[in-house]
Design a protein around this ligand. Structure first.
Ligand SMILES: Nc1ncnc2c1ncn2[C@@H]1O[C@H](COP(=O)(O)OP(=O)(O)OP(=O)(O)O)[C@@H](O)[C@H]1O
Length: 312
């Protein structure tokens, strides 16, 4: 689908064939008191894609995610996930749909009095109360490993983790129920560049191996270049454009031009072009090295904080 400035109130409802769109948002309106956050927002997320959601601070990216997952009651509009209407559903119906997605909130949103493994077990206990303790532990350990944490991390409390480890622990919990769809709210915010690149690789790897669809809110230009299939731009209370980076760059929209063509945007583009010409084996080595030096494993093994790097 090519990028288009959404001058009309509704995105093309036939943009994807039936069943191809995992999320459909139509004519969404959200507001708080006098302030309208969304006014006629349309969006479709295609099965199997990583959709990056960008926009200036306060444009309503998190409110959009909260509306889709049912934590924010919109003023009006429609939200469909997996072909199921979400607004006004009975709790027991919504629960069955919720089971099919995982969410990583900005700070990880871990329970501070539970260990990482116990945090991962929370959704398992909620949805499968008859699972025995041994199986719960086994599943939790598996999810901890999938998230790139060392086995020792499962027994740690969130306060004993670095920022990078907390993100991975939150990711482990979001994977607990084998989701088809992942919501990630600024997953690389606050990570040093190496840790952020390793996290990007982890998400991309999970998407490819598990066939996940990913709704990814981010400000991180490197993430957009490295792993997003398409990008939706929020501005003026709606999705003003959606497409690949080259498609967005072809648009004459001041925020888009400033964002992708400003100094940071150009630097991210150059980095991604450089990596596109890398040898795949070298890329793998780079990823392994990044993973080993990222906050995650290092901290899990020696219990010390990730030696600081600047946030990206
Ligand atoms: N519960 C709430 N009550 C009142 N206003 C809210 C509430 N939640 C969000 N808002 C307002 O809605 C607007 C959009 O917030 P949101 O958190 O979605 O922005 P965002 O695009 O995710 O921003 P950022 O990039 O800074 O995280 C903001 O002006 C915010 O103050």
């Amino acid at each position: 689908m090519s990028a288009a400035l959404a001058e009309k109130p509704h995105e093309d409802p036939d943009a994807f064939k039936k069943g191809e769109a995992v999320i459909i948002v139509r004519d969404l309106k959200n507001g708080f008191g006098e302030q309208m956050v969304h006014d006629g927002l349309d969006l479709q997320v295609k099965k199997g894609e990583i959709l990056g959601v960008v926009g200036g601070s306060g444009t309503g990216k998190s409110v959009l995610m909260r509306s889709i997952i049912g934590l924010q009651q919109p003023l009006s509009g429609e939200v469909e996930v997996f072909g199921e209407p979400m607004i006004g559903r009975e709790e027991h119906e919504a629960r069955e749909i919720r089971k099919r997605w995982g969410v990583l909130f900005q700070g990880g949103a871990l329970f501070s009095t539970l260990t990482v493994a116990e945090n991962v077990e929370v959704p398992l206990r909620e949805y499968y109360p008859s699972l025995d303790e041994a199986l719960l532990d086994q599943i939790a350990n598996y999810k901890v490993a999938m998230s790139g944490l060392a086995p020792e991390a499962g027994a740690k409390f969130p306060s004993e983790l670095s920022g990078g480890m907390r993100k991975r622990a939150g990711l482990a919990r979001s994977l607990a129920l084998d989701p088809e769809l992942l919501f990630l709210d600024e997953p690389t915010a606050g990570l040093d560049p190496i840790g952020a690149a390793a996290f990007d690789d982890l998400i991309k790897g999970l998407k490819e191996t598990l066939g996940l669809t990913v709704f990814l809110i981010t400000h991180d230009l490197d993430t957009l270049h490295a792993i997003c299939d398409r990008i939706a731009v929020l501005a003026d209370k709606k999705v003003v454009a959606i497409g690949t980076i080259p498609e967005l760059l072809a648009l004459d929209h001041p925020w888009i031009q400033e964002y992708f063509n400003g100094p940071r945007g150009r630097a991210a583009n150059e980095t991604s072009e450089r990596h596109a010409h890398d040898d795949p084996a070298e890329n793998q080595k780079r990823r392994d090295a990044a993973l080993n030096s990222a906050g995650g494993d290092t901290v899990a093994q020696n219990g010390t904080e990730n030696p600081g790097g600047e946030d990206r």
